[in-house]
Design a protein around this ligand. Structure first.
Ligand code: DX5
Ligand code: ZN
Length: 218
């Protein structure tokens, strides 16, 4: 599905009122759940018990972004929780092909994320194993950072590879997506857009989602 999705990130939501915060984005395609362990990234958020509860109450599908070490051990448990998609960082995995297969076998879409300095080329042969490729457009760890325009060529190369191999892999971008930068990311070939501060930082997150859709021509 090309140019489908706005996935707000609950990293910018009120962590004390997550159920109410989910209700404010019921027009989103999915909710992006940032899991950080203070090892893979220098920040700490929530883990499996909280995500399992979110999965039970969320009006929209859950899209987990695991920024954690030992991801080969943890990611399958998020798939078992019933999440729609589970994305692991390739830098944290010892066996990414095995892990992607395990996620799919457990009923989740398999996503693989690349930090800004991780090139996409070594992983192009893996595309058939994936449902989504996440190209980070900031260093993972914190919301509210500026979009890295230097990632645009990487998005373009990933899009060309996806088209060239005929696989159905979504290209997700995460970090610094705003009403302004979404236009460039979409033009480069991204079709799933994560936005934290550009959604939850606005008085009406639901309206912010619709503005992003308009500007991204979704
Ligand atoms: C950053 C997280 C992002 C973050 C994006 O490490 O992976 O999902 O919430 O926040 P914004 O949209 O504010 O850059
Ligand atoms: Zn994220």
């Amino acid at each position: 599905p090309l140019n489908c999705c706005i996935n707000p990130s609950i990293l910018s939501a009120d962590f004390v009122n997550l159920e109410a915060e989910l209700a404010r984005i019921s027009n989103a395609d999915a909710v992006h759940v940032d899991v950080m362990d203070n090892h893979f990234v220098p920040n700490l958020t929530i883990g499996l018990p909280v995500v399992e509860r979110l999965q039970k109450v969320s009006p929209v599908p859950l899209d987990a972004h695991l920024m954690i070490a030992n991801v080969d051990r943890w990611a399958p448990l998020y798939a078992d929780a019933g999440l729609s998609s589970v994305t692991f960082h390739v830098e944290a995995s010892d066996a990414p092909i095995k892990l992607a297969r395990e996620l799919r076998a457990r009923g989740a879409k398999a996503g693989m994320a690349l930090r800004p300095a991780t090139p996409v080329e070594p992983y192009l042969d893996m595309l058939p194993e994936l449902d989504m490729l996440l190209i980070m457009t900031v260093e993972p760890g914190f919301g509210g950072q500026a979009f890295l325009d230097v990632m645009l060529p990487k998005i373009r190369r990933a899009r060309a590879a996806v088209e060239g191999s005929g696989v159905n892999v979504a290209i997700q971008v995460d970090g610094g997506i705003t009403e302004e930068t979404i236009t460039r990311a979409a033009e480069a070939g991204a079709n799933v857009f994560v936005a934290g501060s550009a959604v939850y930082g606005k008085p009406s997150p639901a309206d912010a989602i619709e503005s992003l859709r308009t500007n991204g021509q979704l």
